[in-house]
Design a protein around this ligand. Structure first.
Ligand code: 5AD
Ligand code: SF4
Length: 464
């Protein structure tokens, strides 16, 4: 029996149990999945939602549900604090609704200290699992419901990739697609390799057949997901590069836009730049985390590139794809960062003028190499963070306006929640535009003239 067959068996068992409870209660059983963190987690949550829907539960946005599942993030310390706050509220609710089942999964539950904390102090949490076995949700929930016992199932690592799981997409017309799991880079500040395990790529044929099925189901835009997509395929039995995979995906009818996340500068090949430049479907957007502009700090971060190499890479990208929109991640206050190091970061930001930069205050993660290094004082970090943020915001507002007057292709995503009759869509370069139109245009690619820049988004007019 394959693992996915085993899980289908448990989903059937769970469905029978759910239906029995619903008959007894005279109402549907509800679930709520709360997602913290990145797009990987968002995609995992779609799979978790798919499993629960197959098992007969009804989705709700309210955390006052029969089954509440927190899919956690642990990349920075504050994510952990937020989770414990939310759990406290839920505990209060459970006191008057003891039938509520509470589960916690995801990256934070791959940390032994956090699992022990939940096990010993948060005894109202019924089910705990990590990132490697989300496909087991039906089995874990069935076990809890049929025995009444708390269920803890956290795997240290895995080389298992379970295909053919159900999934329920948040948007009908766009979807994330995992192409690889885990990370082997061990950047010295980062906890991801410890909680997501070693790098493993899905087989290209599995990825292609998933994308074909998505296209048949009305999806026009896909986001290829991996911690370091540029090293995709290296460890497969029949090695293949990320660029070669992209070329195969480009051939799939119905898919109009291809995005990907995240790229590591050290592995971004000329082959990929060329493939992007030639492609009609790969979006004009590249998220290329810089982390720091100081070669000295980059070395301490174990990033394997220098300031000069990063600038040169960006130069080659911009030469090959002049209309590319570049975004980045930057960490401020990495241990040992001096004023001179920080000024090197400002220098890179001034030179490149990123379309957007996500700026983070360094957060010490226990177990990582950088956690043992002397920390930069908090007030120094705050000051640097504010200086960086104002430079980034200035750049963003200047850069965003560069396409005013142009007619561009826009994927209409949703009705604008604030203004009646307005729609929100996304340009190929990932910038949003608001324009007047009918909601029947949602999920379609339309032509919009960009009229006004609002700093980080546009106002536009639909062109016939
Ligand atoms: N502290 C602050 N930011 C971090 N990131 C990863 N680990 C940390 C940390 N310990 C940031 C990096 C990464 C993004 C997803 O999160 O910039 O690119
Ligand atoms: Fe973390 Fe570096 Fe891997 Fe990204 S590449 S997940 S920053 S270790």
């Amino acid at each position: 029996m394959t693992e996915s067959d085993r899980q289908k068996f448990y989903t059937d068992q769970l469905r029978a149990l759910v239906s029995e409870k619903e008959t007894a209660l005279g109402r549907r059983l509800t679930f709520c999945v709360v997602t913290f963190g990145c797009q990987m987690n968002a995609r995992d949550s779609e799979k978790l939602t798919g499993i629960l829907t197959e098992a007969g539960y009804k989705e709700t946005d309210s955390e006052q549900a029969d089954f509440v599942l927190y899919n956690t993030c642990t990349v920075r310390e504050n994510a952990n604090e937020r989770l414990y706050g939310r759990l406290g509220h839920l505990n209060h609710y459970k006191k008057s609704h003891p039938e509520t089942v509470i589960a916690v999964c995801g990256c934070m539950m791959q940390e032994p200290a956090e699992v022990e904390n939940v096990r010993n102090k948060l005894t109202f949490v019924d089910i705990v699992f990590g990132t490697h076995n989300i496909f087991k949700l039906a089995e874990l929930l069935y076990t809890h419901l049929s025995t009444g016992e708390r269920v803890f199932d956290v795997w240290e690592d895995t080389d298992l990739i379970v295909e053919d799981l159900p999934s329920k997409r948040k948007y009908s017309f766009k979807s994330g697609v995992n192409i690889m799991f885990g990370c082997n880079n061990f950047c010295s500040y980062c906890i991801v390799p410890y909680v997501r395990g070693r790098e493993r790529s899905r087989k290209p044929e599995d990825i292609i057949s998933e994308i074909k099925a998505l296209a048949d189901d009305g999806v026009v835009e896909i986001m290829l997901l991996g911690q370091n997509v540029n090293s995709y395929g290296k460890n497969l039995g029949h090695p293949i590069t990320f660029a070669q995979l992209m070329k195969q995906i480009e051939e799939i009818d119905g898919i109009k836009r291809i995005r990907f996340m995240t790229s590591h500068p050290k592995d971004l090949s000329d082959e990929l730049i060329e493939t992007m430049a030639e492609s009609k479907k790969i979006c004009r957007h590249l998220h290329l985390p810089l982390q720091s502009g100081s070669s000295r700090v980059l070395k301490a971060m174990n990033r394997h590139y220098t300031k000069e190499q990063y600038l040169d890479l960006v130069d080659r990208i911009k030469t090959a794809i002049p209309d590319i929109s570049l975004t980045t991640d930057i960490i401020v206050g990495f241990p040992g960062e001096t004023e001179e190091d920080f000024e090197e970061t400002l220098d890179v930001v001034k030179k490149i003028r990123f379309d957007n930069a996500f700026t983070f205050i360094y957060s010490k993660r226990d177990g990582t190499a950088a956690a043992k290094l002397p920390q930069v004082p908090e007030d120094v970090i705050k000051d640097r963070f504010n200086r960086l943020l104002s430079l980034v915001q200035k750049n963003t507002s200047e850069v965003c306006g560069r396409d005013i007057g142009k007619v561009v292709e826009v994927l209409t995503e949703e009705a604008d929640s604030r203004v009646e009759g307005m729609l929100t869509g996304r340009l190929s370069n990932n910038i949003m535009v608001h324009f007047e139109g009918d909601s029947s245009l949602i999920s379609r690619i339309v032509k919009v003239r960009l009229l006004e820049s609002k700093g980080f988004y546009y106002y536009g007019r639909l062109e016939e």
